[in-house]
Design a protein around this ligand. Sequence first.
Ligand code: PLP
Length: 413
Amino acid sequence: MNAPVTNPDLRRIHGFPVSGDQLVVGGLPLRRLAARVGTTPFYAYDRGLLTERVAALRHHLPAGLHLSYAVKANPMPAVIGHLARLVDGMDVASAGELAKVLDAGMDPSHVSFAGPGKRAEELAQAVAAGVTVNIESPAELEVLTREAARIGVAPRVAVRVNPDFDLRGSGMRMGGGAKQFGIDAEEVPQLLRRIAELDADFVGFHVFWGSQALRPALIREAQEKSVDLVLRLTEHAPGPPELVNVGGGFGIPYHEKDEALPLAVVGEGMAALSDRLARDLPEARLGIELGRYIVGEAGVYVCRVVDRKVSRGQVFLVTDGGLHHHLAATGNFGQVLRRNYPVVLGTRMAAAAVETQSVVGCLCTPIDLLADRVELPRAEVGDLVVIFQSGAYGASASPHGFLGHGGPAEVLV
Ligand SMILES: *Cc1c(COP(=O)(O)O)cnc(C)c1O
């Protein structure tokens, strides 16, 4: 990644072109982009890369698939607005996210609302808007029913299932075993009987098994097991499901040793799955919901070097950024191991990496470490540090209030 560059004009790095000594984001060399934003630090999301990513999913995954965007990955309104025209649906996890997707003009019948701890007011807003509520507990179903009766609208409900299988090797397991998410598979028949008694539209099932999976065999196994489970549960359903959402979980390569997910291979597995569903549940549409896979690689975080210090032989690039903007890049967003995100000096792309330097933020805590001892060209004050793979779980997943520096700017370019 940081090898000396021989022909800078022909280079792309993590999907972004390089022109001379500058990284190019959204068609703009980095210095020009920074001048246009008018401040550092900032997040920039590349519209073209977002479009390309959805096109690649459409190309490799089965026709007719219901592709949903999980808004929590990046809820910037401009990003939601751009994706609203490209995906089939959106998955929200709060009334705040719901308002944003409705503002973007998403058809409410293609919006689902998942997540534990939905409050009565949020459920009422969801019913009034006509979005599907993914039920996470029997108590939630009762509150939803009460709110729906008060409003006089039959709620659209899907059941979020906590699967009875567990998968090793997905980055973050969110199903199987005891979980606060979804309803244990063995309890689902009872819940389905309750739904049948109520004045509710049954939409289908949502099985979410995990996140950040980079092995296609694992994704295939999880999806097949999800469909097996849905077929078993459908026997107890008030009607045939319209939508079978087999989760998402497609990962992106954050670290040097990670390999990108081979989408064509994932697509083969999904084609078989889609055929099977067409045969066994002809009314149902196969769905997936993706967050980071759609937006993660399309975004960069950019901060400015404000000081260059040497402490007992180790070089520190002190920047105006930090964990208050990009918690995940510092390894503090639930990661077990701290590993560097890919990082470059976006204003010295044509220079050779000649020095080991650590990139730190401006917070008074040793965990504010953006890149630990990386080989970079020699940086000077004013250089712009770029952290790739920053389009998901960045700005909105970081503690902006910590130390009072304020939040980052965000642009879609
Ligand atoms: C967080 C979440 C997602 C998105 O996960 P990614 O790893 O970003 O794709 C999708 N669905 C549900 C239910 C989630 O909680």
